[in-house]
Design a protein around this ligand. Sequence first.
Ligand code: AMP
Length: 363
Amino acid sequence: MRIGVVGGGQLGRMLALAGYRLGLECRVLEASVSSPAGQVAPCVEGAYDDPAALAGFAEGLEVATYEFENVPAETARFLAERLPVYPPPLALETAQDRLLEKTLFARLGIPVPAFAPIDSAEQLREALERIGLPALLKTRRFGYDGRGQTVLRTIGDAEQTWAEMGEAPLIIEGLVPFEREVSLLAVRGREGETVFYPVVENTHRDGILRLSLAPAPELTTALQQEAEGYTRRVLEALDYVGVLAIEFFQQGGRLLANEMACRVHNSGHWSIEGAETSQFENHLRAVAGLPLGSTRPTGHSAMLNIIGNLPDTREVLRCPGAHLHLYGKAPRPRRKLGHLTAVTQTPAELRERLEALRPLVDP
Ligand code: AMP
């Protein structure tokens, strides 16, 4: 079976690698064959909005999916006229716009931070009166890894930020004093069958994910069930197929939804070594209409992102139990270049491993 993957980043690379084992061939659409996915899988070189490239890409595919969240909605619809496309294009469009996304969560009764659309200075004044400070002003679209968002602590901040960002459609959110950030990854198959990975704890710095612990330390059945219940509502509302990730803030034992990703997710990379079936394999199984695999964790996992600079490979590989993944990218500040995973049988052992590994990727 041949599966089309729109986007050639590291997520596409890891999807392609998972596909090979099952005899599923991923064909990538990306501007350059030297992209992380283009290095390991057949690649159609072309722009996402080039109809000729898209038509060539679609030929001979059984199904298509995406690994990049800003794939234009028209691209997804163009493909959907020719072959099954999962996750559904409506899910992609919803996740691309923070206002549509938060509105969907709220409509489904999923708790969210206070929010309001901001298209004028007037709306900003009114929203600040209702939501209060501190607050976050974010662009509705194209924000990722902390880009396109500013914390407002004073009215002066609000005026200055409005002058800088006011051109783009914006959303304002109350700043949540969360205890921790967690995420849940779900997989829904073509017949609606659904499996969930354990809730993961995520640590960000400068808006970029640095560390995921899976399962989240002190994860209770109640928290897992709360996260699963909210995620199931989204899966069903969108008639979703594939991996869906929802990021939450945990505050006082309850969850507030921050955002969702309609694709495999960085906070699920641990599952390659730390779960019976990885998120990449399960995403392919779902979109291909194959039975889903067990999401059971095989131990306690930690995933550390490699950002900006490459570590010394020899030093990393000298650490017992360190699983190194490099994405074939040139180093650049803030760029995700790879990740490291460790899986242990106890949380205490995991802490020890982390102490040894962390200085290698974050000197
Ligand atoms: P996002 O691009 O929305 O995922 O935001 C990136 C990071 O900014 C999140 O992982 C949080 O650490 C922080 N953040 C975003 N929105 C909020 C919020 N409403 N309250 C507190 N922190 C936030």
